[in-house]
Each structure stands twice: as C-alpha cells, then as structure tokens.
Design a binder for this molecule. Structure first.
Ligand code: CP
Length: 333
C-alpha cells in the first residue's frame, strides 16, 4: 500500500460483498456472512476434494475468466492455492510480481487495479498489509469484477477461516458441542479473527483465545469468546487446538514480548501441554509454522495434526469461492 493513498474504512463491509439478491460478488470478511451461505460454500468445497493419490478435482466453470493474484505481502499457501484453484476451474491466472511491478515506481493501487480491469481481469485476489484495502478496491471496480480478500492486515483472512472450519467439521461434525482453543498472538492475527467469526456463526460451543496479555485481543473484536492467559486452563478438555505464529511483522514495539524459550514454555503447543486437551483433540496451524516456538515439531507431524489437511482444504475452499463469485458475475454481465 502506498502510504499517500487514503483508505477509508467501511463500517459495513459485509453488505458490500453481497448483491441485491444475496449472492456473493466479493469475499471481504466472514463477519456478517450468514450461516446458510457459509455452509453452502463449505459443502461446495467438499465436492472439490478427492482421495490422496487421485487426480485433483477439475471443472471448466471458469473457462474464459481471468483471475489475478495481487499479493502485496509474502505468501506461500494462499497464493499457491488460489493459483491452483483458478487453473483447476479452467481460468487464466495471472500472478503479478509486485516486486517488479510499476507499484515500485509509485503507481497507486487503484491505477494498478484499473490497469488490470482494462485487461479484462474478472477476479482480483488481494493481500495487503493495510486494513481496508480489499473493501476499498471493491468499491472502485466495475460491477462485474470480483475482489477476494487473501489476507488483510490483522483484520481478516476469510478463506483461511473457511478452510479452518471445514477442517474442523470434517473431524468433529457439529460445532455446538465443541471447545476450540486458539493459542498465540491473537491480537495481531487475521487468522484468529476470521476463525472466530466463522466459528461463532456456525454455533461453536466454546471459543477460547489464549495468549500472553500483551498479545490478547480487544474483547469487542471477538464477542462471546473467552480471553485467557493460562495455557493449561485454556486447553482443558479442548476438542480443537489451533496454534498461531507470532506476527512479528505487525508488532511495532517488541518490548514485553516473551523470549523464545519463555514463550514455548508458557504458550507452546506440545505433547506435554496437549495432555490437558481431549485425547482425540485435533492440532491445527494456519502456517507458516515456527517449530519450537509456538508448536513442537513432532506434534505438528504427529497423528493428531491436521495441518496438511488444512492446506488441501485451502485449494478446495478457494475453488468453491472462485466458482461462486464467477457464477454471480455471469448474471451481472
Ligand atoms: N496461512 C497463510 O495465509 O499462509 P501464507 O502466508 O503462506 O499464505
């Protein structure tokens, strides 16, 4: 984001992402996305999963469409999975190399967007370090162009939230009886925000957000969640445990942040700390992982870990979202 560009924050991004018939035209946030629509997206994603070793699911629903990946922050999983998702639906996919783009010459984000619009790009997948950018772009594109939020500052990462709840649903079925513990740098985590929004919408029994006080969220941002600072208590009889990376790139002042050994001892998800959770509790992590800091490496690779399944589900969820917005666009052309 060019710091000279003023980004007005919207108070109601949720309404911007649906058209007048309630169809999804952008995916900007999970806040306000209603349960039936969220469930439909998860069901669609299930249809794009195939057995390990089988060929990945493909369709031709986006043949002729163009998807542009615009990642103004680093990414491995989200960018690669949107790339594969678009291609497996038959779309042309453009991965703009931001480091060699004309944004480096001072071009504004909107001029970049208008340039791609002029090349008949239909879907723009946007990751940016500044809050409000996906919605800002969505307000300025033509009605037949769709914007998908691929990670917005510490605010929102909606497709990550969807793939997380899909993974939980696959293992645990209904959400109402579940205790879900999210552990780590909650305050700076867009993953935690989107997971909390999705879990709340789906009726999770109990959501616990566990962190050192310096990484605790604003309670208003996570209504209904229990904010805790003791890992053992937070993991007690948990069904799902999600570890989060410390988001150093978003922490201005590292004063008060525990050192690595202290952090792992008090907030690391390990074989030892998992003894407080249910024996069949699943272990999740959105990636990228810092082994030995927020999670013990052998636990991440162990039988209760669903971390690679989260990655697989990421492609399916992104196919479901791309397919859905392209169907909405087809009715707006
Ligand atoms: N989980 C996630 O967003 O990973 P990437 O930063 O690699 O895309």
């Amino acid at each position: 984001m060019n710091s000279a560009e003023p980004i007005e924050r919207l108070t109601d991004e949720a309404s911007l992402q649906l058209d007048e018939r309630g169809h999804l035209c952008h995916l900007l946030t999970l806040k306000g996305l209603e349960r039936p629509l969220m469930t439909e997206i998860l069901d669609d994603a299930e249809n794009y999963l195939t057995a390990p070793g089988d060929l990945p699911a493909r369709s031709r629903s986006m043949v002729g469409r163009t998807v542009a990946n615009l990642f103004f922050e680093p990414s491995t999983r989200t960018r690669a999975s949107f790339d594969l998702a678009g291609k497996r639906l038959g779309a042309d996919v453009l991965n703009l190399d931001v480091n060699t783009s004309s944004r480096k010459k001072g071009e504004s984000i909107l001029d970049t967007i208008y340039t791609l619009e002029a090349m008949q790009v239909d879907v723009m997948v946007v990751r940016d370090a500044s809050a409000g950018v996906p919605a800002y772009i969505a307000r300025h594109v033509q009605p037949h162009v769709s914007i998908l939020n691929a990670g917005e500052s510490d605010v929102s990462h909606p497709t990550q939230g969807l793939l997380d709840v899909l993974t939980i649903r696959q293992h645990k079925g209904i959400f109402e009886n579940l205790a879900v513990a999210i552990v780590g740098d909650i305050r700076h985590s867009r993953v935690a925000m989107s997971a909390a929004q999705a879990l709340t919408t789906l009726g999770v029994g109990e959501l616990r957000l566990i962190s050192p006080p310096v990484m605790a969220p604003d309670p208003d941002a996570v209504p209904g969640a229990r904010i805790m600072d003791n890992l053992g208590d937070g993991l007690e009889d948990a069904d799902v445990v999600m570890a989060l990376r410390i988001q150093r790139e978003r922490i201005g002042n590292l004063d008060g942040i525990p050192g690595i050994d202290e952090y792992f001892a008090n907030f690391g998800i390990s074989h030892e700390s998992m003894k407080r959770a249910k024996p069949d509790a699943i272990v999740m992590h959105p990636g990228p992982m810092n082994r030995g800091i927020e999670i013990e490496g052998s636990l991440a690779d162990g039988p209760n870990s669903v971390i690679t399944q989260q990655v697989t589900n990421g492609v399916a969820v992104r196919m479901a979202v791309l397919d859905r917005v392209s169907k909405t666009m087809a009715t707006r052309n």
